[in-house]
Design a protein. Structure first.
Length: 542
């Protein structure tokens, strides 16, 4: 038993040694977490109609605004590089990181107080198309989430940063699973009596558990918290990095608020359709793009600090091609299998066919951006590795302005439905990434763009051929073999199509000599190794 406990602890606190292994761990856990997240959406769609879900999702706009500004804007971009820079001196790292945590905490408290007071003014401005009753409910729920959910989410993110800086990813990836399970259980148990308050309670409990789950990361990191407010060199460097990043995220949050405003003026349920379609597109982006970005930052920071510039450039091209190899076929599959995917993930009792069709169409336009959106998180962290957050800032602000202009033009001038917001997003994120790559190549005095273009063409060709055959296979199976009026058969259809896609895509990649096929072969080898290791552990225990 002691051996089992020791090995379990070692498993959860294992430090990853390469970007690929780190990304594989983070991606695997994000996949599990996201699946629980979509289970949460499906449960919500079974208990509440589109109009109710508009209220629930809109209630997170203000809390998400604060979280994204402080965490995505500050901790994710600057916390890890600062920790790595000073970690060789324990006293300095304790002093610098404690000062950063305390300053951010004070800013957080100020944000919450101001937004709580002015929520009654801000919410109506963000949702002009909603009824007064709907707006009041959203306001009340937003205040509850500001006080009950947000503090745990913010402090849990500091623990996540400590874990990632030490290349420990498993615990921080498991925590969101606990969060989603809490919402699911609360909804099932209390929705009939408490209505939308039930998932709100689940969110608050889940946030607390999210924080508690990650406490071992602090104890294992060697970091000792000091209740100090000291203007250290690390604190100055931190704010020098985060100010452009925070403004970038602020622009993105304004963009997200504009999306809420625009959809509130369309038919009832439009914000729910937009929200669910966007989050389904984010599934592969999170698993592959965000996991690569999170995993890469510690390694990129180390390589750049050691002035290994050629290795740095090689990591960039290899990582982009690896992400393209995985995301381009997913983009295609999400487009031609859009309706079964939406039915599987969101097909609750109260989610009608019209909502399914609109969500599927919206998601397919979002899906066009999956490859470039995925590498966005990696490319921006390449800039953060050499402490440059200004370049991504300027480019992001420009692309966000493009998105807002296009969205407004589509909705108000062309009078297009909600799916047009998917088009505007895909255009703007593509512009963002292309400009980022241009400046990254310029900063590093050249990248191997020839290899990038040749391999990308191979991947696109392989994807096109595979998609053609799998699309017609699924069309043939739908109705002839599987009665897709039942959800379980929709699952079987998608599983069959995905398996066929994987086999054919792998075979064609091998035939066309796509270098990135090694990702799959390496994964199989490592899976065999870990299976053997698990067997050895339990054999020793017995």
């Amino acid at each position: 038993m002691n051996n089992l406990l020791l090995e379990t602890k070692k498993f959860f606190l294992t430090k990853q040694k390469t970007i690929i292994s780190s990304a594989a761990v983070v991606g695997s856990m994000i996949l599990i977490s996201r699946l629980f997240g979509f289970m949460r959406y499906r449960i919500l769609a079974g208990y509440f109609n589109k109009s109710d879900l508009d209220i629930f999702f809109a209630s997170f706009r203000i809390p998400d605004f604060v979280f994204e500004i402080l965490i995505t804007g500050a901790v994710s971009s600057a916390f890890i590089p600062i920790f790595i820079k000073y970690q060789k001196n324990q006293d300095r790292v304790n002093e610098n990181i404690s000062s950063i945590i305390n300053i951010i905490s004070l800013i957080f408290i100020g944000f919450v107080i101001v937004l709580y007071i002015f929520a009654d003014v801000l919410i109506p401005l963000m949702t002009p198309g909603f009824s007064a009753e709907k707006v009041q409910i959203i306001t009340n729920y937003s205040k509850i989430l500001l006080i009950g959910q947000l503090p745990f989410m913010v402090f849990a993110s500091f623990l996540t940063g400590l874990g990632h800086a030490n290349k420990i990813f498993i615990i921080s990836a498991i925590a969101p699973i606990v969060y989603n399970v809490s919402i699911i259980i609360a909804t099932i148990l209390f929705a009939d009596n408490l209505h939308l308050i039930a998932p709100i309670i689940g969110v608050i409990i889940g946030s607390f558990l999210l924080f508690i789950t990650q406490l071992p990361l602090m104890f294992n990191s060697g970091f000792i918290y000091y209740p100090i407010l000291k203007i250290t060199k690390g604190l100055k460097e931190f704010f020098g990095m985060i100010i452009p990043r925070v403004v970038t995220v602020l622009s993105a949050q304004i963009d997200a608020t504009v999306d809420l405003l625009l959809t509130s003026m369309l038919s009832a349920g439009s914000y729910t359709i937009f929200y669910l379609a966007q989050h389904l597109q984010l599934l592969p982006v999170s698993i592959l793009g965000i996991s690569f970005g999170q995993a890469a930052l510690p390694y990129l920071s180390e390589v750049y600090q050691e002035k290994k510039y050629e290795e740095f450039k090689k990591i960039i091209i290899d990582s982009i091609l690896s992400i393209f190899f995985l995301t381009i076929p997913i983009m295609s599959f999400f487009i031609f299998a859009r309706t079964p995917l939406v039915r599987l993930f969101f097909g609750g009792d109260k989610f009608d066919w019209a909502a399914t069709v609109q969500t599927a169409l919206t998601m397919s336009y979002f899906a066009l951006s999956i490859p470039l959106h995925s590498i966005y998180y990696f490319v921006t962290r390449c800039f953060y590795a050499f402490l440059d957050s200004k370049t991504p800032f300027y480019i992001s602000v420009f692309s966000i302005i493009v998105n807002i202009i296009l969205s407004t033009y589509f909705i108000f001038i062309l009078k297009l439905p909600v799916w047009s917001l998917g088009i505007s997003f895909s255009i703007s994120i593509s512009i963002n990434v292309i400009i980022l790559l241009y400046f990254l190549a310029k900063k590093l005095k050249g990248l191997n763009l020839k290899l990038l273009v040749i391999e990308s063409i191979k991947i696109l060709s392989t994807t096109f051929i595979t998609s053609f055959f799998v699309y017609w296979e699924m069309k043939l199976l739908d109705g002839l073999i599987f009665d897709t009026t039942r959800t379980i058969n929709v699952f079987y259809l998608l599983t069959t199509g995905a398996f066929s896609f994987l086999i054919l895509y792998s075979a064609l990649s091998w035939m066309f000599e796509v270098k990135e096929i090694r990702i799959i072969t390496d994964f199989i080898k490592k899976a065999k190794f870990y299976k053997k290791r698990v067997v050895e552990i339990y054999t020793d225990v017995e």
